[in-house]
Design a protein around this ligand. Structure first.
Ligand code: PHE
Length: 341
C-alpha cells in the first residue's frame, strides 16, 4: 500500500494541468468521492494497526498534494485567455467606468419644468427641423420680416409655398402645434433647442435653449402673465428678486413685453455681468395675438391667452459661473465631469 501511495504521489506531482479539461480529468481520477485517493482511504481499515498511523499520514499528505495542485491550477486558469489570445487576469479588480451626469443645461431646465408643472403647466415638444409656416407665417410674421433673413435663419430646404424647412429660430412654433392639436383651455411649457445664424462668441452661439410658455383660457389677462412670471422668478432666482416689464414688440403677441430680473450676481447694485445696469433680461412675453389664434382655429372673441419665451443658457452660465456659452455644447468631458452628483 505504501508503494501505491508513493507512486500515486509522484503521478500527481507530474500531472500537467493546462486546461479546464485537464483539471476536470485530474479531479475525476484522484479527488472525487469515487477517485483513487478515496479508494485508498477505504483500504486503510485493512492495514496492520501498527502501520496505520504512518500509512494514514502518507495518505493525508497525498490528499494535500492533490488539493494544493487543484488550488494552484484554478488560480492559474482563472487568469484566462480572451478572444485575441491575450491573457486576462480575472482576479484583477474591475476598471471604474465614468458614470454620466446630468448636463448643466438639463439641470436648470429640470428646475424650470418643476416650477411650472407645480403651477399646472404640462410639457409639449416639437421638432427642431420646422416648417417655415410654423416658425414664421402662422406666428403672424409679415412676409418681409427681417427675422426671416438668411442672416438669422438656417434654411434647410425650400419647397412649395409655406413648405420651406428650417432649423427653428425659437420655440414659439411649438405654440402653433399645441394650438392646432388641442382645444382650449391649455397650459403648457415647451423646452428645447433653437438655432440662429449668429456670430459665434463666448456670449452667443448658433444653438441655444429656450423655454416657451403658453396659456389659453377664458378671461386670461396680462395680470395673470405677470403673476406667473413673478412666482416663477422668485422660485428660480430667489425671494428678493425684482422684476421689470419693458414694452416690446413681437409679431405674435400684443401687447408685448420683455422681462428683466435684478441681476442675481450683484443683487441689482451693478456688476460686469449686468453691464452695471443691475438688470438681466430673461424673456419675451405678451398676450397671444388674435391673428395667431385665428390661424389655429381658436376664436379670439371667446378665448384669450398669454405666451412667454425665455432663454435658458444664460441662467445656466450664471448659476454655474461658466464664462463661455460654447462650453455648454462642446461635450468636453473635463467640463461635464465637474457636474457629477
Ligand atoms: N419667441 C420669442 C423670441 O425668441 C420670445 C417670445 C415668446 C416672445 C413668446 C413672446 C412670446 O425672442
Amino acid at each position: 500500500m505504501e508503494n501505491t501511495i508513493r507512486s500515486l504521489q509522484q503521478e500527481i506531482l507530474d500531472f500537467e494541468i493546462a486546461t479546464e479539461a485537464d483539471l476536470e480529468a485530474f479531479r475525476l481520477r484522484y479527488t472525487v468521492r469515487k477517485g483513487l485517493i478515496a479508494a485508498l482511504f477505504g483500504q486503510l481499515k485493512s492495514v496492520d494497526p501498527a502501520e496505520k498511523p504512518r500509512v494514514g499520514q502518507l495518505l493525508n499528505l497525498l490528499k494535500q498534494t492533490a488539493d494544493t495542485k487543484i488550488d494552484e491550477a484554478e488560480g492559474r486558469l482563472a487568469a484566462t485567455v480572451n478572444g485575441n489570445g491575450k491573457r486576462i487576469d480575472m482576479t484583477l479588480p474591475g476598471r471604474r467606468y465614468f458614470t454620466g451626469s446630468e448636463h448643466p443645461v438639463q439641470k436648470v431646465l429640470g428646475e424650470m419644468k418643476q416650477i411650472f408643472s407645480a403651477m399646472g403647466f404640462g410639457i409639449a415638444t416639437g421638432p427642431e427641423l420646422e416648417l417655415d409656416e410654423y416658425n414664421f407665417d402662422m406666428l403672424n410674421f409679415p412676409p418681409d420680416h427681417p427675422a426671416r433673413d438668411m442672416q438669422d435663419t438656417f434654411f434647410v430646404k425650400s419647397g412649395n409655398p409655406g413648405q420651406d424647412v428650417l432649423l427653428r429660430t425659437h420655440t414659439s412654433p411649438v405654440q402653433i402645434r399645441v394650438m392646432l392639436d388641442n382645444k382650449p383651455p391649455m397650459r403648457v411649457i415647451c423646452p428645447g433647442k433653437v438655432y440662429r445664424n449668429e456670430a459665434i462668441s463666448s456670449r452667443s452661439y448658433c444653438v441655444f435653449h429656450q423655454l416657451e410658455g403658453l396659456y389659453i383660457d377664458k378671461n386670461v389677462s396680462f395680470a395673470d402673465l405677470k403673476a406667473t412670471i413673478y412666482s416663477f422668478s422668485k422660485q428660480m432666482f430667489g425671494n428678493d428678486v425684482k422684476l421689470r416689464f419693458r414694452p416690446s414688440f413681437f409679431p405674435f403677441t400684443e401687447p408685448s413685453a420683455e422681462v428683466d430680473v435684478t441681476c442675481y450676481l450683484c443683487g441689482g447694485k451693478g456688476c460686469k455681468v449686468c453691464k452695471h445696469s443691475g438688470w438681466l433680461e430673461i424673456m419675451g412675453c405678451g398676450m397671444v395675438h388674435p391673428n395667431v389664434m385665428r390661424n389655429c382655429g381658436i376664436d379670439p372673441e371667446t378665448w384669450s391667452g398669454y405666451a412667454f419665451g425665455m432663454g435658458v443658457d444664460r441662467t445656466v452660465l450664471l448659476r454655474y459661473k461658466i464664462d463661455d456659452i460654447r462650453l455648454l455644447f462642446e461635450n468636453d468631458l473635463r467640463m461635464l465631469k465637474q457636474f457629477t452628483a
